[in-house]
Write a protein that binds this ligand. Structure first.
Ligand code: ACO
Length: 345
């Protein structure tokens, strides 16, 4: 018998010289629809008031997409802005990830529709469903593909047309949400800025707190499901609120701990824009000063997967962060899902 040990597979040879590649956000872009719906407008639709909405949520107005403007349109507009800013052409993109809970259709994926709208050739494309946490989930997935060398350029989009799954007669939910999209282009570049670390989590045991019960395989569309309003978003607001604060604080703390950072070293905290009271509670518990925290929910309400993506784009355009600054993003949504990421801009 030969004593020679044969390699079990070619992998060690293939991995020779393998170096994980750092992942950078090259550019960001966002788009919100033109139509503005104010709290005063909502007062004419349901039994509510500007005072109630402002004091309970911090929201003053939100944007609603036109009837012929779909999630893929919002996503494509945000993506094109990010591509312009980064000088990236469609044929450079290797993968498109669209995070959304309001796809144009259950299938094909909205990412495939976006691919056509931005002229991205025949790159890989898929949707990701992690509700309001989708954009951070998407950034982490993109980072894995880039670090491994599988793809060079990845486009991550958070996009929602939530107005289509809202019961506009339900004051408990209709005042909270809006439509919009945000996009980021990721590549490996030699300069230092990039995704430093992220934390992702989920608790399917609390799936019922926030859901759209019908339209899937469990409850397909029927005349009865329609008349019972099962195709609308449902939420246990109070329980969601408590879970959101706890999960966001833990995720953010875990992320900071992994990087060995103190909150005072973070230039800009970008939390999911669902409710000002949630943002305040999370900021307090993290020890973040008000001037560190980016807030735009008074203008857009909760845009789910688009929320932190739009906020990141606005924070950059408003000069709140500059290259080299550290950003902490922290999100929470249906699933339940949550996540946080530290980025060196
Ligand atoms: N106008 C006036 N009154 C209202 C309205 C309204 N728009 N909505 C509810 N009320 C009433 C309720 O009916 C209730 O009246 P009642 O006491 O007579 O029954 C009263 O106001 C108080 O309601 P609460 O539920 O106690 O109000 P709360 O302070 O909890 O605020 C809210 C409600 C804003 C929904 C809050 O619970 C919240 O923000 N929850 C978290 C939502 C969230 O973060 N979602 C994130 C994920 S979203 C995603 O993933 C898609």
């Amino acid at each position: 018998m030969s004593s020679e040990i044969k390699p079990a597979c070619k992998l060690p040879r293939l991995l020779q010289g393998y170096q994980p590649r750092p992942c950078s956000i090259v550019s960001v872009g966002s788009y919100v629809p033109e139509r503005v719906v104010t709290n005063a407008d909502l007062e004419t639709m349901v039994d509510t008031s500007d005072e109630w909405i402002t004091s309970r949520t911090g929201i003053k107005e939100r944007r609603l997409a036109a009837a012929n403007e779909f999630t893929s349109d919002l996503a494509a507009k945000a993506a094109k802005r990010a591509m312009e800013k980064g000088g990236i052409t469609g044929d450079q993109i290797d993968l498109i990830i669209v995070a959304t809970i309001t796809p144009d259709m259950l299938f094909p994926s909205t990412a495939c529709l976006v691919q056509q709208k931005i002229g991205a050739g025949r790159c890989a494309a898929f949707d990701l469903e992690a509700a309001c946490s989708g954009f951070i989930y998407g950034l982490e997935i993109a980072q894995q593909f880039i670090m491994s060398g599988t793809f060079k350029t990845v486009l991550v989009i958070g996009a929602e047309k939530l107005s289509t799954i809202i019961d506009w007669k339900d004051r408990n939910t209709c005042v909270l949400f809006g439509d919009g999209a945000g996009a980021a282009i990721l590549q490996s570049r030699p300069d230092q800025h990039g995704l430093i670390t992220s934390t992702l989590g989920a608790d399917g045991g609390k799936a019922e707190l926030l859901s759209m019960p019908a339209g899937g395989s469990r409850c397909p569309a029927t005349a009865e499901s329609l008349s019972s309003g099962l195709h609308y978003l449902r939420m246990d607001g109070k329980e969601t609120f408590k879970s959101a604060v706890n999960a966001m604080v833990s995720a953010a703390q875990e992320c900071l701990r992994r990087c060995g950072l103190d909150i005072s070293e973070i230039k800009c905290v970008i939390p999911h824009q669902a409710n000002l009271r949630i943002i305040d509670a999370v900021s307090d518990r993290l020890g973040a000063k008000p001037e560190q925290v980016f807030i735009n929910l008074h203008r857009y309400g909760n845009t789910s997967a688009a929320s932190v993506a739009i906020a990141l784009d606005e924070a950059v355009s408003e000069g709140r962060v500059k290259r080299g600054d550290l950003i902490l993003m922290v999100v929470f949504g249906a699933g339940l899902t949550w996540g946080a990421a530290v980025i060196e801009w």
